[in-house]
Design a protein around this ligand. Structure first.
Ligand SMILES: *[C@@H]1O[C@H](CO)[C@@H](O)[C@H](O)[C@H]1NC(C)=O
Ligand SMILES: *[C@@H]1O[C@H](CO)[C@@H](O)[C@H](O)[C@H]1NC(C)=O
Ligand SMILES: *[C@@H]1O[C@H](CO)[C@@H](O)[C@H](O)[C@H]1NC(C)=O
Ligand SMILES: *[C@@H]1O[C@H](CO)[C@@H](O)[C@H](O)[C@H]1NC(C)=O
Ligand SMILES: *[C@@H]1O[C@H](CO)[C@@H](O)[C@H](O)[C@H]1NC(C)=O
Ligand SMILES: *[C@@H]1O[C@H](CO)[C@@H](O)[C@H](O)[C@H]1NC(C)=O
Ligand SMILES: *[C@@H]1O[C@H](CO)[C@@H](O)[C@H](O)[C@H]1NC(C)=O
Ligand SMILES: *[C@@H]1O[C@H](CO)[C@@H](O)[C@H](O)[C@H]1NC(C)=O
Ligand SMILES: *[C@@H]1O[C@H](CO)[C@@H](O)[C@H](O)[C@H]1NC(C)=O
Length: 710
């Protein structure tokens, strides 16, 4: 009898879908992007997080030179005339009230340090069309018929099909996951008649443009760089040809192997090489690897394909998953699910390298290819909630790698000479670009405490406590010393000088901003808990600062951006046109001491009506959604996530909008963070999917392997 009852209940639950596993393959495949023409703004991509290959509709860069970029491909421009390494080492900026900052230093050294090193577009691979006599045919995309391109997300395989001169052509492109290699297979009767081949090309790259989108590098500055071809034995197992591409003091290698071919440089003053199959088969396959140095062996085409299939399948089946479409009746679930799946794909391709990602990932260049440490939270904290620890670990290790330079930065700024001050606009050596905002922004500082906390929640291990110990300590030491005791109030003040999240206030006037005060308290709390878990004493300075931080600034019963802001700031465009971090006080952040939930909610609602939302972009919308969700405004949370100004294109690229070029990946990372939080909840939330409207409101949310947010 008992058994029967059990079976009955089991059947009921099963029928309700509560026990069945999510059919992940069906949901993922449903959003395979399909194109019938090249986009003039975004590529379709394959890649592995360290390396990405952006393609036009042919699956290659045949017609449009979308970028092939990496986390390791960087170069320096030559130093300004007459300058040497010593000028970099001796660079000093300004002294403000006795503190040394790295900005407004001597030009042109200052600008060189901003724009160097810059990230390199590694090259271009295209389909070569040949006429009957073997000469290059002049073909444009319009000459192709029936063009169709599909990306199979489950295996990371891009397939393009079309007809040229009445014959079918199929191109398949996949990226290896354990090396920076693509495998390209072209299948066509035109292969047998010698009318198709491939070409390689290499652009000049320099730091003249801060933004390079949609394409990166110059193809006509051929005398500014060199390429050299090698063929024959001794280049590495499976390698038939290698091209060494030298830009200044950087040399990047391209290795090609697979089916036999002949390779030739088109002309001495170009960097274009043609690859012609040696034997007339219907199908021609090569693997092409990009590396910073020599290699022992090049993976075969088959090995690359297997690597891609296996890694993507594990990615989709092993980690966190959210299913909104199986049971929801709200028609918006479909678009939200599409954004989730495509963001999961694109973040793995673009944003899982050894350093934090740049805003545009590996698609094109912004800020010279550098990354911003304050944006690291939005790019990458979602990996923790979706349980992608292997991917997060790659870049979160920068905190220990950059610790020495960050300690040095704190020491240069003598008034704050304890601990480590984390950089803002950064290159892979950990050097911070000179700049007033770069030097005076502070909200990147507590981020490592968040990454550490999530990791400890996942492992619960002593090893995690030890691993982050020095970073946690140095981070909090600087936070404590940055807060200065105000002798007239007795409180510890943040700033001046400093920049707030929105970067739109005068640094000399900015004191005690509400968001940063809360984040400081949150950070010092977590750092203290960390020391207690380790069995170490919590430094007194941390406790003293934490307990005596200045009160949150208020104006007219609501929280204000900072203490002393003009009382009419809600009606002043100067203050209401950038990131509305006031909504982050409760939403992005959990409640911290001194935050009143009623006031936080009223403040968030005032932002909805008073901020210039049409000037918001990227992660602003998920931040607004998280605030709405924690405040119980679940319908509003959905509206923010699907706001018309928060767009994702047909392949899932987050559109830059009014402020920045496309893609702007902090929007994608923030979307996944918000969705995880809304679906799996946050500390102290109750019920399932507390951030979504209820099933009666049209939403059925199922999760697997998603963790609660803080
Ligand atoms: C660029 O120059 C800086 C300063 O000398 C150096 O630290 C860095 O390693 C160089 N990077 C590259 C990619 O050459
Ligand atoms: C900010 O303060 C510094 C140091 O006192 C001063 O040099 C600078 O000119 C001030 N900037 C503005 C915009 O007032
Ligand atoms: C190739 O064809 C395009 C379009 O028909 C034309 O504009 C261009 O001049 C041609 N280029 C060459 C090198 O013949
Ligand atoms: C090189 O190409 C760029 C655009 O890619 C163009 O702006 C520039 O004028 C070209 N330079 C020369 C010398 O043709
Ligand atoms: C190429 O190098 C020359 C000589 O150094 C320089 O004057 C020119 O600006 C460079 N061109 C580009 C496009 O960087
Ligand atoms: C590969 O093709 C080239 C050019 O056709 C030919 O010279 C060479 O012998 C071939 N190599 C092999 C190993 O078949
Ligand atoms: C101390 O705090 C008061 C009130 O916030 C402020 O007006 C004053 O400038 C602060 N003093 C210093 C030395 O920063
Ligand atoms: C903020 O909260 C802390 C801890 O609850 C308390 O000790 C402190 O007095 C509060 N500060 C203000 C200004 O309200
Ligand atoms: C609001 O943002 C839009 C879009 O960027 C801009 O055109 C407009 O001037 C802004 N309005 C105000 C009042 O600043």
């Amino acid at each position: 009898m008992r058994r029967l009852i059990f079976l009955f209940i089991f059947a009921l639950l099963h029928a309700a879908g509560a026990l069945a596993r999510i059919n992940r393959h069906a949901i993922v495949s449903r959003y395979n992007p399909v194109r019938t023409a090249s986009s003039d703004s975004t590529p379709m991509q394959v890649g592995n997080g360290h390396f990405a290959f952006g393609a036009d509709v042919t699956g290659l860069q045949t017609f449009l030179p979308f970028a092939i970029m990496s986390d390791w491909g960087w170069k320096n421009d030559s130093l300004p005339a007459g300058m040497t390494q010593a000028d970099i080492d001796n660079y000093r900026g300004v002294v403000w009230d006795g503190v040394q900052y790295m900005f407004d230093g001597p030009q042109p050294m200052d600008q060189w340090m901003v724009s160097n090193p810059n990230r390199v577009n590694l090259g271009r691979v295209g389909l070569l069309f040949l006429d009957g006599s073997g000469s290059t045919a002049n073909v444009t995309e319009n000459d192709l018929v029936g063009t169709r391109q599909e990306l199979d997300l489950w295996s990371g395989t891009m397939s393009s099909t079309f007809q040229w001169q009445g014959e079918d052509v199929e191109v398949q492109t996949v990226a290896a996951q354990s090396s920076d290699t693509v495998a390209v297979t072209v299948t066509s009767p035109l292969m047998e008649t010698g009318q198709l081949g491939l070409f390689l090309d290499f652009p000049w790259n320099d730091g003249k443009s801060e933004f390079e989108a949609p394409f990166v590098g110059l193809w006509n500055a051929t005398s500014n760089h060199t390429t050299a071809l090698s063929t024959g034995a001794g280049l590495g197992d499976n390698v038939r040809a290698a091209v060494a591409h030298t830009l200044g003091t950087t040399t990047i290698f391209t290795f090609v192997g697979g089916d036999n071919f002949s390779i030739a440089r088109v002309s001495a003053d170009e960097h274009r090489y043609t690859i012609i199959p040696a034997t007339a088969g219907r199908s021609f396959s090569v693997s092409i690897a990009y590396t910073p140095g020599q290699i022992k062996s090049l993976p075969s085409v088959e090995a690359v394909e297997e690597d891609s299939q296996q890694t993507w399948q594990e990615y989709w089946s092993g980690n966190g998953f959210v299913d909104l479409v199986t049971g929801s009746t709200d028609s918006r679930a479909e678009e939200l699910q599409r954004r989730i799946i495509l963001s999961q794909y694109l973040l793995h391709v673009n944003e899982a390298g050894n350093t934090p990602p740049q805003e545009s990932g590996l698609v094109n260049n912004g800020w010279y290819g550098k990354f911003h440490m304050e944006m690291f939270f939005w790019h990458s904290a979602h990996w923790a909630l979706w349980n992608n620890w292997d991917l997060l670990d790659r870049a979160s290790s920068v905190y220990s790698r950059f610790l020495p330079t960050s300690i040095q930065r704190a020491q240069v700024q003598e008034h704050y000479s304890a601990g480590a001050r984390w950089s803002k606009m950064t290159d892979p050596t950990g050097r911070s670009a000179p700049g007033e905002i770069n030097e005076l922004l502070i909200w990147q500082q507590p981020h490592p405490l968040v990454f550490a906390e999530y990791e400890y929640r996942a492992t619960g291990s002593r090893a995690t406590l030890e691993k982050w110990r020095d970073v946690v300590r140095a981070t909090a030491d600087w936070m404590a010393v940055f807060a200065k005791r105000n002798t007239s109030t007795g409180f510890f003040d943040l700033g001046p000088p400093m920049y707030v999240v929105s970067e739109d206030t005068s640094p000399n006037a900015t004191r005690n901003p509400a968001f940063e005060l809360s984040y400081w308290r949150f950070g010092l709390d977590h750092a203290s808990t960390w020391m207690t878990r380790l069995g170490e004493e919590v430094p007194e300075a941390w406790t003293e600062v934490k307990e005596n931080l200045a009160p949150l600034p208020m104006e007219d019963g609501l929280y204000a951006v900072y203490e002393g802001i003009p009382s009419d700031f809600w009606d002043t465009p100067t203050f209401t046109n950038d990131h509305p971090a006031l909504v982050g006080l409760y939403g992005w952040l959990p409640q911290t001491a001194n935050v009143s939930l009623d006031i936080a909610k009223a403040t968030a609602e005032k932002v909805w009506t008073s901020w210039n939302i049409s000037n918001c972009w990227g992660w602003d919308f998920p931040m607004l959604a998280m605030s709405a969700a924690r405040n119980g405004e679940t319908e509003k949370a959905i509206e923010w996530l699907l706001h018309p100004l928060f767009e994702f294109d047909d392949v899932g690229m987050p559109v830059g909008g009014v402020r920045v070029p496309t893609p702007y990946f902090p929007g994608s990372g923030a979307l996944l963070y918000a969705v995880a939080m809304m679906a799996a909840g946050w500390d102290g939330s109750s019920g399932t999917a507390p951030g979504f409207p209820s099933p009666t409101g049209g939403w059925r949310v199922r999760t697997e392997g998603i963790s609660k947010a803080l």
